[in-house]
Design a protein around this ligand. Sequence first.
Ligand SMILES: *Cc1c(COP(=O)(O)O)cnc(C)c1O
Length: 395
Amino acid sequence: MITDAVRERARALAEDEGLPAFVYDLDALRSHAAAVRSALDVPGGPELFYAAKANADEPILHALEPYVAGFEVASGGELEHVRRVLPDARLAFGGPGKTDQELATALRLNVERIHVESPYELARLAQLAQEIGREVDVLLRVNLKSDSGRKGVALSMSGPFGMDPEAMEACRPILERAPWMRFRGVHAHLASGLDAPDMVRQSAEIVDWARSYGDVEEVNVGGGMAVDYADPGRIFDWAAYAKGVATPDVRLRIEPGRALSVYCGWYVTEVLDVKRAHGDWYAVLHGGTMHLRTPVTKQHDQPFTVIPTGGPTGDSGGHPGGDSGGDGPATAEPVTLVGQLCTPKDVFAREISAGRIAVGDVVAFAMAGAYGWNISHHDFLMHPKPGFHYLSERG
Ligand SMILES: *Cc1c(COP(=O)(O)O)cnc(C)c1O
């Protein structure tokens, strides 16, 4: 699971006191993205955009660029960032609560599609585009009460996102009055965490609904392709999805984030202490969930690899009788991995049988490439920030 390049760098960082750190394997990201892209390459298959909010680090965007058709951005900040990093990339701008300033920025920075969230937003966009003197292409974001794939949905996107069919109707007269605003089709992002068969059903529902709404050239069926934190090797079946959704007469687009970038990142740290409290074993790690909040927000065990180092290498002052290779405690019992925060929520993984774990060992948490550092509360407790390393054979 852990790549050789990451393992090697993790060891080196441990020796150089460079932990904790995020280590991204850009070559692994490129091969994954290339595989996804080629799986989608069937007649009538979907065009691939990357949802930048999953991880918009510059090296990640550069590595993905050759394999994706474009990028979906969800705020004015992301929009300006991605436009600066990739001046020629095709962009789609979505997200709730767009300000006039953000909409104007989108018009100025040549966003290819704006995904409109409400009739009021559509009316404001029409007016701004007229004032600035730009034409604009829109998809209307629909909020459907989808039945497909209810089970296993990690995050249902109902609620305030997009427009119900009634609000979609209210858009028609606004569009008619503003011919400089071109209706291209429908957008929907209904749930995340769906596997391929459920995603095929959901996408088909969206396409059917879009056809019933009107003459649509294109349908963006969103992101949300499943990843499995409990079984990282079980990846979304892109080929089956592409075959299942392929539609000859409508241009299809998808915009996954997590399922593209999650696998390329590791949060690498080291064991500071191993202790027992009321019968339970804990490994206290350098850093914490202020760097990698994902296991807290998703309430899961973050998958990890222990890279034994035999404990602290300093030969001085070892405690005689210590049962690790170094001079600190160790355990082979099921262990809970925690960080340095003064909260019981600072847990990466609970009661895991991981073999022997000792003070000084390196722990590399996998699947930290998406919704990791960028969703975390970095400043809580004022610990130092981690290092960031982007590995690439291409330099
Ligand atoms: C977050 C988001 C995505 C990406 O979702 P993933 O679960 O990361 O694939 C795509 N589209 C929209 C509108 C989103 O809000």
